[in-house]
Design a protein around this ligand. Structure first.
Ligand SMILES: O=C(CO)[C@H](O)[C@H](O)COP(=O)(O)O
Length: 275
């Protein structure tokens, strides 16, 4: 991670910072775009930020709207004296671009409020996160205390985790095929379950695939479930974390304190964790 300026040093935004783009015009058919819903949820969460707070800065297309909004408020002087701890290198670069002062996690002295998107949210506000590959830093920062506000459009609400795509597991590169086998064993015999190492198109442009590498130099195992994960999520989490070679998984259980849901009908729902 790069070196951060102190929030006290960095009150004025850098001259290169540009205001975030205006909201996209409504499409001709009158329907609100998913991007606009993400922006609405992000702006609602940023209203919870108060001067003096240390923020967990999330990663992904929804969290990016929150970064833009924070940058705008800092530049206009409507908000001051906040510092952010970024959950990925991409977010670190984005936050620097829009002028959000940053701190490393070890120097933050605690996180007051984290704002981040999610891939899935179940009725208990458990999450799948990390399809963008940043789950480890996200869990370290967003689980380190303070409030964790999740920002989503309503397409992310699911009846069960694992319904709409991969549940990622970060693994060390050494012996990754062996670790993949151990992850598969956790779900031995489960109909419709599969797991594979995540690959991306190689940059050489020759149509080859290469391993996806996280900001921490690790790989990702993607777990797929036919109809979502049934069973005790905490027990499944424990079994995964007991595998030597697994670093962390993308099920964020009981971590979200509230979820801001932007809906297609133009309303915004605020869901709170049950006490
Ligand atoms: O967990 C994440 C990245 O690791 C993201 O928060 C998640 O993938 C949602 O992303 P988006 O807001 O782009 O839909």
């Amino acid at each position: 991670m790069g070196s951060f300026a102190s929030p006290l040093d960095a009150a004025p935004a850098p001259p290169t910072a540009k205001p975030s783009p205006p909201p996209a015009p409504a499409p001709a058919n009158g329907l609100v775009t998913q991007e606009e819903l993400k922006r609405v949820a992000a702006h609602r969460a940023v209203e919870m930020v108060e001067p003096g707070m240390t923020l967990g800065l999330g990663t992904g297309s929804t969290a990016a709207h929150a970064l833009d909004r924070l940058g705008d408020l800092l530049r206009s002087g409507e908000l001051a004296a906040v510092a952010g701890v970024p959950t990925s290198l991409k977010t670190e670069a984005h936050a620097a671009r829009v002028g959000i002062p940053m701190l490393p996690l070890g120097e933050a002295g605690g996180i007051d409020l984290s704002i981040d998107g999610a891939d899935e949210v179940d009725p208990e506000l458990n999450l799948v996160k990390g399809r963008g590959g940043s789950l480890l830093r996200e869990k370290m920062i967003e689980g380190s205390g303070g409030r964790f506000v999740v920002i989503v459009d309503e397409s992310k609400l699911v009846p069960r985790l694992g319904c709409t795509g991969a549940v990622p597991v970060e693994v060390v590169p050494f012996g990754c095929d062996h670790t993949l086998g151990l992850v598969r064993k956790v779900f031995d015999g489960l109909p419709g379950f599969s797991a594979r190492l995540r690959t991306v198109a190689s940059k050489d442009g020759e149509g080859k695939e290469e391993m996806f590498v996280t900001d921490n130099g690790n790989y990702i195992v993607e777990m797929f479930f036919e109809d979502g994960i049934r069973g005790d999520l905490n027990e499944i989490s424990d079994r995964l974390l007991r595998i030597t070679g697994v670093v962390e998984h993308g099920m964020f259980l009981g971590m979200a304190t509230s979820v801001v849901v932007a809906k297609k009908d133009g309303t915004v729902a605020l869901l709170h964790k049950k006490k």
